[in-house]
Design a protein around this ligand. Structure first.
Ligand code: SF4
Ligand code: SF4
Length: 242
């Protein structure tokens, strides 16, 4: 219904499914019936996605957004015919750019996995309202997006600090934390969407979750070393007396 509902993930999914071009039609800017003005959000998402496409070697002209009213049938037909011709001219997705199909698939899968992270990191810009088309190119720059992917953050639970309080596992939105009573917690890096919730909620007295950027994540602690052996109250008392 609203172009603002078109998520970055939907566009990447269309390309992953082999679409050669994606067109998004939104209501005219400033004519939204709601206070949300989702078409501005759609515009920002497209500007971001076009930079991402550039980053992975795809021609950004394969993605287009236009704003028009439902009464502008002729304009719609003209735009669609122009876009269709452009996509034909660009050729099949990836082939036109000389990218190997398997390589393209894995790049798109990698980026799709990072969508929640990208949205968190670029949250402010995605919510901005660009009134002037001259601002479009500057909202996201190529260098900025290259940097974004070279500095992707990972989250890691320090086995020396984790006290298995289970707070992070309960709050992780995608069940990416291997949890268990008295078991040092482990983040499944394949499942993690890098939302940062575990980092935020780990109690400060433990501060067991760390952010890692530009370095490989240490391997998880072996299963047999995960159990935390806690002292009983009695043992603690004896320890105090010593
Ligand atoms: S960052 Fe933490 S909370 Fe977020 S998905 Fe990854 S493991 Fe889960
Ligand atoms: S919130 Fe922190 S201390 Fe608690 S289980 Fe998670 S990483 Fe460990």
């Amino acid at each position: 219904m609203c172009s603002g509902r078109v998520d970055l993930e939907f566009v990447l999914r269309a390309f992953s499914n082999g679409m050669d071009g994606v067109f998004i039609g939104g209501c005219r800017l400033n004519e939204c019936n709601y206070i949300t003005h989702g078409n501005y959000h759609a515009l920002n998402m497209v500007l971001l996605c076009r930079r991402i496409m550039e980053h992975i070697g795809l021609n950004p002209e394969r993605l287009r957004i236009e704003f028009m009213s439902s009464a502008e049938g002729i304009l719609f037909a003209e735009v669609m015919s122009e876009f269709g011709n452009k996509v034909k001219e660009l050729g099949p997705l990836g082939k036109g750019e000389g990218i190997d199909q398997n390589e393209l698939k894995s790049k798109l899968a990698e980026i799709t996995k990072l969508v929640p992270y990208i949205k968190v990191v670029k949250n402010e810009k995605l919510a901005s309202r660009l009134e002037n088309p001259e601002q479009y190119d500057k909202l996201f720059t190529k260098d900025e997006i290259d940097k974004l992917f070279s500095e992707v953050i990972s989250y890691y639970i320090d086995p020396e600090k984790c006290q298995a309080c289970m707070t992070c596992a309960k709050r992780c939105p995608v069940d990416a934390i291997l949890s268990g009573k008295n078991l040092i917690h482990i983040i499944d890096q394949e499942k993690c969407i890098k939302c940062g919730t575990c980092f935020e909620v780990c109690p400060s007295k433990f501060s067991a979750v760390t952010k890692i950027s530009g370095e490989p994540v240490p391997p998880p602690i072996p299963e047999e070393k995960r159990t935390i052996v806690r002292k009983t109250k009695k043992e603690k008392g004896e320890g105090d007396k010593e």
